[in-house]
Design a protein around this ligand. Sequence first.
Ligand code: HEC
Length: 146
Amino acid sequence: MRMTFAVLTIAASMGVALAAGDDAIKERRDLMKANGEASKPLVPMLKGSAPFDLATVQKALKTYENAAAKMPDLFPPDSKTGDTHALPAIWEDDNKADLDARFKKLGDDAAAALVSVKDDASFKATMPAFFNNCGGCHEKYRAKQQ
Ligand code: HEC
């Protein structure tokens, strides 16, 4: 009896702590929008049409790190539908584990780049492969944008 009560209490407190579907969608989209905004100034730097700026690059890498840490918790089952471009595949088979592994890699690669990127040459050597993290996941788990 007491056991049941304890379990119910835990379940109830978790219900409060877990983001409701729509909140999770908004939060993950906001984190991803921030990733997009942070990436914008890096594109001309990669192309060589803007000068390398270490502070801007580090700010972007920290933005990606923050998103990578928070994203895995923002795909509760009730956030499968709504104002989202996330594909249903995320909630199928063992794909959530794959998604989480991809976020882990994004965070790890961002942390490594914070150490290895020091100048224009190391930036250009690191970032094109780094951005495959973004594109690879979108290819599999995000609906094509019109
Ligand atoms: C492991 C998967 C994964 C990785 C890695 C990832 N994304 Fe995303 N991204 C998503 C998903 C899923 C969505 C769709 C979210 C939704 O609509 O609910 C998304 C959406 C976006 C959006 C659209 C946001 C909006 O709703 O307006 C942008 C911009 C974006 N990502 C940028 C990036 C950038 C830049 C990177 C790399 C630094 C990145 N993403 C890495 C999974 C990922």
